[in-house]
Ligand binder design. Structure first.
Ligand SMILES: *Cc1c(COP(=O)(O)O)cnc(C)c1O
Length: 362
């Protein structure tokens, strides 16, 4: 029987997002390297703040997030009035699509771009459009060529997940300046903190009226489980996003933990330095075993195999040894595995597993 009860156009086209695996049946001592989480956990100060927040759980949280926005503004040198906070940066992406893209509109993203862009576009009834990349790297010319008079949003993660590659500030500016007048450039800086001397697109968002930057506490700050992200952009756009934001979208627990985390830059710096050291070693060790990767700017490595079959077989061997990494066929990279940079012992387990796989092959 066909029902008269039907959802909005686009909703049934959404393929459900698959999170990174967390368990393997029958295997204990599992190391999870499938979701780009910080292996060292959150700042102890953030955990303290989260515990202390429980004293005020009977009170509604702040609706304007002033305290967290000011902390973010101080640490990043940004105008707190132009910061908006959300339930992960995913919610900022959702607000952007909800507010700016509907049926008949196009939302542009890169070939191997983050899956949430297409999901949020469809949830708003808009049409996702893909621009090809060159060697797993965003191509500004292809993005500009894919723009039409229906393009409302252009998403680029820089560095990108799952490729780990990025483009330079001049290329980002060229993209912003070349867009049609009705389009907003969204620079997703989920991994920006991992890149030395990169502001995540903050200056562009500060100086252009068509650029928004998104950031998250889920990666370097180790708070993925708490769900906190933020965006920064022109006052007029932030005002629009605040109108669709629920007044109590973030809990006191989230707000207090995030503020303590962003103020603990010493801890963030330690995690950043450890990641850079272990990432470069992991990429080097894998390359020595005949498994290359593009130079990653983030907290993961995209390991390339000769074929999809090899990638799957290596993933199965790693799983049998309790090592969980991410298959990225849904990102158009079926011959690759995305491996989060864990602690030193986890990286060693990855390398030992891949070595055993290569041995068994020859
Ligand atoms: C992990 C990730 C995010 C962050 O999502 P949250 O909702 O903040 O946890 C955003 N963009 C990209 C590209 C990511 O990989």
């Amino acid at each position: 029987m066909t029902s008269a009860i039907i959802p909005q156009p686009g909703i049934l086209d959404i393929a459900l997002y698959q999170g990174g695996k967390a368990k393997i049946d029958g295997v204990t001592d599992v190391v999870k390297l499938s979701s780009n989480e910080n292996p060292f956990g959150a700042s102890p100060l953030a955990i303290e703040a989260a515990k202390a927040a429980s004293a005020t759980f009977h009170r509604y949280p702040s609706t304007d997030h002033a305290s967290l926005r000011h902390a973010i503004g101080e640490v990043h040198g940004l105008d707190p009035a132009r910061v908006i906070c959300g339930v992960g940066s995913d919610e900022i992406i959702t607000f952007l699509c909800q507010a700016y893209a509907g049926p008949g509109d196009e939302v542009l993203h890169t070939e191997h771009g983050f899956l949430m862009y297409a999901i949020s576009a469809k949830a708003s009834g808009a049409t996702p459009v893909v621009a090809p990349e060159i060697e797993r790297t965003a191509d500004v010319d292809a993005l500009l060529a894919a723009c039409t008079d229906r393009t409302k949003l252009v998403f680029i993660a820089n560095p990108n997940n799952p490729t780990g590659t990025m483009i330079g500030g001049n290329e980002l500016a060229r993209l912003a300046d070349g867009l049609p007048p009705q389009a907003i450039l969204v620079i997703d800086g989920a991994y920006a903190e991992y890149v030395d001397g990169y502001d995540g697109g903050a200056r562009l968002a500060d100086t252009r009226d068509n650029v928004v930057m998104t950031r998250t506490f889920s990666k370097l700050y180790g708070l993925g489980g708490l769900r906190i992200g933020w965006g920064y952009g022109p006052a007029a756009i932030i005002d629009v996003l605040n109108r669709v934001r629920g007044p109590f979208n973030l809990s006191t627990l989230q707000l207090d933990a995030a503020e303590a985390a962003v103020r603990d830059q010493a801890y963030a710096e330690t995690c950043r330095a450890e990641n850079a050291r272990l990432r470069d070693k992991l990429a080097h060790d894998l390359a020595a075993l005949g498994v290359p990767s593009d130079t990653s700017q983030a907290n993961f490595v995209l390991a390339r195999f000769a074929s999809e079959q090899e990638a799957i077989a290596c993933d199965e061997l790693l799983q049998s040894r309790g090592v969980l990494v991410r298959r990225v066929g849904s990102y158009g990279l079926p011959h690759c595995l995305r491996i989060t940079v864990g602690d030193a012992a986890s990286c060693d387990r990855v390398v030992a597993g891949v070595a055993a796989f290569q041995d068994a092959k020859s």
